[in-house]
Design a protein around this ligand. Sequence first.
Ligand code: EPZ
Length: 438
Amino acid sequence: MTSSFYVRGGKPLEGEITVRGAKNLVSKAMVAALLGETESFLTSVPDISDVRIVSELLRVHGVKIERDKEAGTLRMDPSNVERAHVADIDAHAGSSRIPILFCGPLLHRLGEAVIPDLGGCRIGTRPINYHLDVLRNFGAHVDKREHGIYITAPDGLRGAKIRLEYPSVGATEQVLLTAVRAQGITELENAAVEPEIEDLIAVLQKMGAIISLRTDRTIVIEGVEKLNGYRHRCLPDRIEAASWACAALVTHGDVFVRGAEQKAMGTFLNVLRKIGAGVDIHDDGIRFYDTGEGLSSAAIETDVHPGFMTDWQQPLVVLLTQANGISIVHETVYENRLGFTSALNDMGAQIQVYRECLGGSRCRFGQRNYNHSAVVNGPRPLKGAEITVPDLRGGFSYLIAALGADGTSQIHGIDLIDRGYESFRDKLTKLGADFWEE
Ligand code: EPZ
C-alpha cells in the first residue's frame, strides 16, 4: 500500500501513451462470459484493479481464468459454474458494484444469486432500485436480508416489457445480461446507449443473442436457449483518453494518446475545439496539445450518450480553471459529483457550486438541495497542496491539478486510481512528469 505520492508540478507532459480497453466495458464483457457454454476470449484488456476484482469474482463462481497482463488477453472457461460463498463474494467484491450484474447470468446458470453490500465511487447515493425492479420484471424473487440481497428464479426468467425511469447504464446492462437467455421477447424503453453498451451488445450477439436497437433508444431482445463463448477486442477507454487529454492541456503539453477513438469521443472533442485546445485526430489515436493561444471558457452539461459524459466532467473542470473567463458546468447524471472542487479551490482555483440548475435545462436534481452546478472563474494559477483522492475520476483530476500546479503536492490514497487507469505511473514517467512515492 502506497503511503504518499508526491508531484512537483509545472512540467509540460510530452510524448505518447497508449490506452487499451474501456474499464466500463471489460467488466461487463467478463460477466457475459458466464452466459456462454464454451470459452470466451477477450483482447485489449487493461491491467487495472477492476479486472482483477471481476476475475476473482468469476473464479469463486467456478470460472477458469487465464490472463496475460502484458498482452492484454483473457480466456474465461465457464463450463463449471458453481455457487459461491457469500463471504467469498464479499471479500473479492471490495468496493466494486459489479456483483449486481452477475444476477441475470447466475439466475440462468444456477437459479440463484446473492448481492453483497455494494460500494463503488462515492459520487452520489448510487441506489440499485432500477436493477432490482428489472430483475423482478423478469420474474425473479428479491429477498433483502441482513448480509445481502438473495435473488431466486425457481420458475426461470421470462422476457418483459420494461421502461427505465432514467436511462441508467447499469440497469440497461442488467436487462441485456438477463434478457438474452430469458424466455420470449424483452422490450426495454428509455435505454442507455453508451458506446460501451453497444460494445456489450456486440459481445452478446457474437455469443448468439438476438438484439436490436431502435432509433428511439428502445432495445428489443429475443431470448435464446443457448449461448456460446465469444472472441472480442474491447473498445478503447474514452474516459482514460479524455483524462490524459486534460492532463496534457493543463500542463501546456503535447500528448499523442494512441488508441483514443474519435467516434466515441465526439462530444468531448467538440468542447476542446471550442475552447481553443489543439486536437489532431488520426486513425490510430488523437494528439492533444497547447496551441499557445490560451483557452476560452465553456458551458457544459453532462448527460447520457451522446451527451457530454459525466466521467469527463471532473478532468474538464480542472482544465476550465485554466481557461479565460467564466465557465458553467451542470452535472445532471450524479447529484454529488462536484464535491471534489473544494480541494481545487484550496489549490487556488475559483469554483463556486450551486443547487440551481445552471445552463440549458432543468434536471431531476433541481430544487433538491444538491450542489450539482458549478461556476468556474479562470484562469487561476494552481499551487501545490496536500490532497486526498475522493473517488476514481476525482482522484485523477487532482493528479492533473497537481501536475499543472506550482510547487509540490502530496496526494493520499493514490492507489484508488489503479481501478481505472492502467499503469498510470509508467505513463507519467513516459510523459516526463516529476513525481515520487514515499
Ligand atoms: C456507469 O455506472 C459507470 N460505471 C460509471 O463510471 C458512469 O459514471 C455511469 O455509468 C454513467 O455513465 C461502470 O460502468 C462500472 P448509472 P452506473 O446506472 O451504471 C441513478 C467511472 O468512474 N440510478 O447510469 O452505476 C444513479 O444514482 C464510473 O468509471 C438509480 O437511481 O451508472 C445515477 O444518478 C463512475 N438507481 C444515474 O442513475 C439505480 O438502480 C446513472 O447511473 C441505478 C442508477
